[in-house]
Design a protein around this ligand. Sequence first.
Ligand code: AMP
Length: 427
Amino acid sequence: MKITSVKGFHDILPEQSAQWSGIEAKARAIFASYGFGEIRLPILERTELFRRGIGEATDIVEKEMYTFADRDDTSLTLRPEGTASVVRAYVQHSLHQQAGFSKLFYVGPMFRRERPQKGRTRQFWQIGVEAIGRDDPGIDAEVILLMHDLLAAIGVRAPRIGINSLGCAACRPAYIETLAAYGRARVAALCENCTTRLERNPLRLLDCKVETCGVAMADAPLMLDCLCAECSAHFGRVRAALERESVPIELQPRMVRGLDYYCRTAFEATAEGLGAQNAVGGGGRYDKLVKTFGGPDAPGVGFALGVERLVLSMREPFDATLCPEVFLAPLGAASELDAIRMAHRLRSDGMRVEVGSGDKSLKSQMRLADKVGAPYVLIVGEEELAAGALTVRDMVAKRDHERAVGYPCAAAELRGMLERLSANELE
Ligand code: AMP
């Protein structure tokens, strides 16, 4: 029986991988311009980190984590997201003492045991940033601006950024009480999940996808109408900065995000081409998380983008060309050594070169060269090398040319010759 990958866990083959690398390259360039440095995080953490960080009453912690006991019975979890780990590292390495303000980014796989569908897998890649140490609205705006710039650089189709404020410890508890009371008065119309949420996490009543819940909660009170003066001023300044930079943001007063640690600014980006799972990324402010993990009273704000969904929503794929520029076809075992040496030299000059097998006939090597998409084949035989004239086969025009080629030749020399050949300047 064939062994296949685990459900929801996928291989990323070279052509797809080129999209991943293209996105990462764009992200790294933009992160550098905004002054974010990379943090490489472990994939395994103590389960406790996510329970305390993400929140007990969230879908992730309740039912989606890959958790197991280590041999010494420590409960470990494959990380379902990056923020908790970044904050743990920030506290563990006392980063607040090194710099008043830390700007970090990460790239890597996350794990959630969700029901797989288009744009939703159990292992997925995230690119995320965290800015820890500032609570002013300017940094929220800059982080959202960064996400906006990145989506534009990747060429995501019709990106939209929704934004909301989730209030703070001063104004949220009273709002949640009002919201829960509103829900309790309509409990008969709520789904089973929402009935539980009423007690455990009433905010989630606002974004339930079940139709009857949507109808029942249609006129529910909104956090935006209940913000305290500080939260309201903070949110106003975030929006003003983004509007001034012409970042098209939409006010989404029902957006609550799935993680407990957010306060004040919350945002989410959607794009076309994704089907039901149309969020490409999201984030928000988390002012109490660092303290929850035993660190100083350092506020933070960040976001994560899902790479699979970015790839699905890109207008144009990144160039995935891996075709060799030239294929060397040795004639016999002795010539194979010459072909390998020649390829070695050309490759060290940065040329993409493929070498055939001297044990194979020229015909079968030609077939292989065609298959791998090489535009030219250089026939490397002992006599040809001795005479300093190799046969170059133009695979597109299907013509042979005798050319003087030094051995082993430099890439510049060979490239120049092939370019002139393709421009018909050598006939
Ligand atoms: P979250 O950490 O839940 O805020 O998610 C941030 C982004 O990660 C989402 O907008 C998606 O692009 C991506 N993401 C989250 N969960 C999955 C998943 N199961 N499969 C693929 N991408 C995901």
